[in-house]
Ligand binder design. Structure first.
Ligand code: KIV
Length: 273
């Protein structure tokens, strides 16, 4: 029996049922302490491959491995009991063939405890999503701006501006729904396209930089807390500057250590007061 099976988490059918009734709140989490802080407020915790940048300082997410994703997802599972947990499948772990995708997705699901997996792709991925869904893997399809295609796109550019966008993207999203995806995540895509997709699907859409028209929203937690000083995307709102608070607190600690103000007697063992 799984360690987690006694806990009552939001399930994948619960998320599907939220469409049209309540907005889905999703944030990224990569560690147990962060999951503990976010769990009660979120419907979904996404262990995003953005951890390559925000945790490991990589330039992009391409070198993130399945082992890294499984370890971080296990930590997030340990720190949460309410929100659904979704693992982001890293680059080159599912694109080669349906068999490779199933092998890696089954391993990710079984070892991490995550309820679902997120996979980035276009039409070429539809058959794989169908293959996985028919075999019990819960898939969130990620369309629009795809960070794993950074070199193909030549940077992170907003999507959905082409002439036929209003037919092209809803058609792709529909193909994913028909293939068995339980949700479609739309990243960095213009409002009319995100709206058209959301209105045409029965499954919920989650937006990131894709307007309030989506059924739910996700952001990278470090972006909303000021914990990733390198770059904040236009679509992310910084709710607090925790980074500045850390700098201030650490500055005080360093000054007290250097000045002899820390530790004081209350922080010492075996010293007579
Ligand atoms: O890796 C990630 O964090 C993502 C985003 C959708 C937030 O995929």
């Amino acid at each position: 029996m799984s360690t987690y099976s006694q806990q009552k988490r939001i399930s994948i059918p619960d998320l599907r049922a939220m469409k049209g009734k309540a907005k889905i709140v999703m944030l990224t989490a990569h560690s147990k302490p962060m999951a503990q802080l976010l769990d009660a407020h979120c419907d979904v915790l996404l262990v995003g491959d953005s951890l390559g940048m925000v945790v490991y300082g990589m330039e992009n997410s391409l070198a993130v491995t399945l082992d890294m994703m499984i370890s971080h997802t296990k930590a997030v599972m340990r720190g949460s009991s309410h929100a659904a947990v979704i693992l982001d499948m890293p680059f080159a772990t599912y694109q080669e063939s349906n068999e490779q995708a199933y092998r890696n997705c089954a391993r990710a699901t079984a070892e991490s405890g995550a309820q679902a997996l997120k996979l980035e792709g276009g039409e070429e991925l539809v058959g794989t999503v169908e293959f996985l869904a028919k075999r019990g893997i819960q898939v969130m399809a990620h369309i629009g701006l795809m960070p794993q295609r950074v070199h193909e796109m030549g940077g992170f550019r907003a999507q959905g501006k082409e002439e036929d966008a209003l037919s092209k993207w809803p058609k792709l999203a529909q193909q994913f729904e028909d293939a068995g995806a339980f949700s479609v995540l739309i990243e960095g895509t213009v409002e009319p396209v995100a709206r058209a997709i959301t209105e045409s699907l029965k499954v919920p859409t989650i937006g990131i930089g894709a307007s309030p028209a989506c059924d739910g929203q996700v952001l990278v937690t470090e972006d909303i807390l000021g914990l990733f000083p390198d770059f904040t995307p236009k679509f992310a709102k910084r709710y607090r500057d925790i980074g500045a608070m850390v700098t201030e607190a650490v500055g005080e600690y360093a000054a007290e250590v250097r000045g002899g103000g820390f530790p004081s007697l209350e922080h010492c063992f075996g010293v007579k007061k």
